[in-house]
Design a protein around this ligand. Sequence first.
Ligand SMILES: CC(=O)SCCNC(=O)CCNC(=O)[C@H](O)C(C)(C)COP(=O)(O)OP(=O)(O)OC[C@H]1O[C@@H](n2cnc3c(N)ncnc32)[C@H](O)[C@@H]1OP(=O)(O)O
Ligand SMILES: O=CC(=O)O
Ligand SMILES: [Mg+2]
Length: 539
Amino acid sequence: MTNSSQTPTLDLPDGVAVTGDLRPGYEQILSRQALELVAVLHRALEPRRQERLTARAEVVRAVAEGQDLDFLPETAHVRQDPSWRVAEHAPGLVDRRVEMTGPTDRKMTINAMNSGARVWLADQEDANTPMWANVVEGPMNLRDAIAGTISFTSPQGKEYALTTTDQAQLPTIVMRPRGWHLDEKHVTVDGQRTAGGLVDFALSMAASARLQIEAGKGPYFYLPKMEHHLEARLWNDAFVLAQDFLGIPRGTIRATCLIETLPAAFQMEEILYELREHSAGLNAGRWDYLFSIIKTYRTRGADYVLPDRNAVTMTAPMMRAYTELLVRTCHKRGAHAIGGMSAFIPSRDEEVNKAAFEKVTADKQREADDGFDGSWVAHPGMVQTCLDVFDRVLGDQPNQVDNLREDVQVTAADLLDVRATPGEVTEQGLRANIDVGVQYLAAWLTGRGAVGIHNLMEDAATAEISRSQIWQWIHNDITLADTGETVSAELVERLVEEVVTELPGGAEQYAEAKHLFLQVAVADDYADFLTVPAYETMP
Ligand SMILES: CC(=O)SCCNC(=O)CCNC(=O)[C@H](O)C(C)(C)COP(=O)(O)OP(=O)(O)OC[C@H]1O[C@@H](n2cnc3c(N)ncnc32)[C@H](O)[C@@H]1OP(=O)(O)O
Ligand SMILES: O=CC(=O)O
Ligand SMILES: [Mg+2]
């Protein structure tokens, strides 16, 4: 950021308006070029974004009427055609054995860059609140990290700087923009709100793409929460437009798509195909995946009800089917398969800490043995653990894309086998969902999109599970195994009052979060994403 204390002015293209506060330095990120790119993308793609969002609702409606998800007959030719592969692995994305994830505030950016990970997922999504300051300052911090100029002094006077400015020694930055469902209300084009994801993408491209290329890497992205391969086509079209607009060769951008919705699990190959010129693989986003299972099948009765959140593990049959299919699909097409996030984070309590490290090690070991090429960690203290596991499996190889896993055979029924997940629904689980959901929303509303609660990493995806489980339990009259009570709106409202009085800091500070939580967990009208109504409450 610059030191000037003056409010900057923006050079706005025709039809573009910016209503968010402007702080010194924002004019460099909200540059004329960046805003022109936003306008180009918006005008070309907004009608199709709206069409895709409508199509998502139609899938949920069909499932509610008894139709099950399946592999698409109309794209069988894509799956059966052996001739295509994704692009060659891009510089900085060949060896991805350990990827750090986290928010893009200045301190976390420096800590992530110094973490020793191969890749840093710089998160403008699950770990972020799309508060205006975060929207603009995230890309600013990434630009400064890539330029090697980033520094920070904490309020306590601790100084932060990069341990090296040699980008080859630092993690490759892969930025995750918002999903297609979120608007950006502070930037309008021709009087319409823009797509949050396209704003994140355009600001980052304009500020950093050339710097990333000069650093021997490139503009790389993680793409979240897609539900259909035509949503991947939309991103591909955004990439082509942006590369042409900025005069960058086609194929320079690379994207790793999260397979983190149930509908997308049936279209993994099609998603790789749509993005093949720009693809850097797929990631198994387990938390949103669980959320999506609940959301998509939420009205289909007890067979589709998951047990308490903490009882669901990656060894559940449907999760094994999903992750193994992901590895097989990626490697068939020459793409990386990246594992997901174990939510355990280091603790000061020695016993809890030991258990956390054991669980993360077991999780990464299973992924490495399954053929994943690398995996995610949520905390710098976990980087070495993941590295050790993948070092043992990969040895000197940068990845194991040649491990084709042709033994894996997964059917639609395997992906939908929710009933085989061991565990129970209990009052303890219900209380835990309320506790985490309210605490997380309270943090989110103050601009923090990731928090440690009860020694677990919580972010938008894990909070979605908490509130959606409660909605599903209420609307399917689920009986609690430990108390014998049936989950109802009245029971949940009573427990919310009890739980909130016991939260740290006292009940008063949770009033807004509690209101929002009840709206998304109890109200008959199920909100597709909790972040949508939450965003509307923010200035
Ligand atoms: C479902 C999904 O999408 S998973 C991916 C999205 N979610 C995430 O990325 C969550 C990432 N993790 C985090 O944000 C954090 O680890 C949290 C919020 C869970 C916990 O953070 P803290 O409470 O600060 O943890 P803790 O006190 O142990 O941190 C110790 C140090 O590590 C740093 N640190 C912790 N996590 C991270 C991270 N992910 N990235 C960078 N630095 C980190 C902290 O800034 C702190 O640094 P300091 O000593 O210089 O102050
Ligand atoms: O984004 C990752 C997830 O698990 O959700
Ligand atoms: Mg996610």
